[in-house]
Ligand binder design. Structure first.
Ligand code: GLN
Length: 303
């Protein structure tokens, strides 16, 4: 009921929420508007069999209270909108997300474009692809959707909980992927104990130094996104990548391609490290904001 004793509709509830909290919301969610909140609320409630023209007039009490309350509570806690609604858009698909996986970022879409370009040039029947640190599966599944040929796909993550999300997304999107494609999801730390070689390895690994870079990380990211997918300890950083690059050298086929996203402050250093391991053709590529963002390496020969 509202103050006048009339049943409250969802529209007045959301408008009132905006009036009461908008300064705080604006400080937490860059660029947030009432319309965006309404859109998210609508997309959370797609399960309701209410025709769109009546959506906002329905008496609030008739809504799934638990769901709508948890929506407003999520906003009050500053939870990212994608975790509240449970989905996020990346490349050409909608992905389910939760607090166990990173929210896909648009800059990672470049990796998908390069991967698709590479796959289209390949002559073999099955191109094999590994995504190391697959999270929601957004890189692997976007690549798979982007080509019309059978692929052999492996999503790898250290987190069991993340793999559940990737598998769910795979299940939802599998009908849009070439029917002869094969999928596997494996729990491992990078490529530890892996047995096979791949034509293409993509990765968006944790690449923020927990001490050195923390000031630049948005507090919403720090608070809500999975630490294991974002941060490495400063002292472990070089060791971690050194081991990862050795695994890439071992498990990438000759003629294969490695694509990785990384941190603008550390990619040049990592590229030097890679060169010292014999990756002579390794390239650092900038993102659209002119920051060093990607590492690209085509393996021309076996050492
Ligand atoms: N791009 C992410 C961020 O800056 C970091 C992603 C990662 O560590 N893989 O929040």
């Amino acid at each position: 009921m509202n103050r006048k004793g009339r049943p409250e509709c969802l529209l007045s509830r959301v408008e009132k929420f905006w009036q009461d909290h908008h300064s705080w919301l604006e400080s937490q969610y860059p660029g947030i508007t009432l319309n965006r909140i309404k859109q998210e609320l609508e997309s959370c409630s797609v399960g309701h069999k209410i025709s769109p023209e009546h959506f906002w007039d329905i008496n609030y009490g008739l809504w799934d209270q638990k769901k709508t309350d948890s929506f407003f509570n999520g906003l009050k806690m500053g939870r990212p909108l994608q975790y509240i609604s449970g989905h996020s858009y990346f490349y050409q698909s909608e992905f389910l997300v939760n607090e166990n996986v990173l929210i896909p970022r648009s800059e990672s879409e470049r990796l998908v474009e390069w991967a698709i370009e590479y796959i289209e040039k390949q002559k073999q029947d099955y191109v094999s692809i590994a995504d190391v640190g697959t999270g929601s599966g957004c890189l692997l599944l976007s690549i798979a959707r982007g080509v019309n040929r059978p692929l052999d796909l492996t999503g790898i993550d250290i987190s069991k909980e993340a793999l559940k999300v990737a598998e769910l997304n795979c299940h939802r999107l599998q009908y849009t992927i070439h029917p002869e494609s094969k999928f596997k999801f494996e729990q491992r730390d990078r490529l530890k104990n892996n047995q096979k070689q791949f034509d293409l390895i993509v990765s968006n690994p944790p690449y923020i130094k927990k001490g050195h870079d923390i000031q630049e990380v948005h507090h919403q990211v720090k608070l809500h996104e999975p630490e294991i997918a974002l941060f490495l300890k400063d002292d472990d950083y070089d060791q971690w990548f050194s081991k990862f690059f050795d695994q890439i050298t071992q498990f990438l086929k000759v003629g294969g391609l490695f694509l990785m996203e990384g941190h603008e402050h550390h990619l040049q250093h990592l590229a030097d490290m890679a060169r010292s391991k014999g990756w002579l053709e390794v390239e650092v590529v900038k993102d659209y904001t002119e920051r060093d963002r990607y590492l690209k390496w085509e393996k021309k020969s076996d050492g």
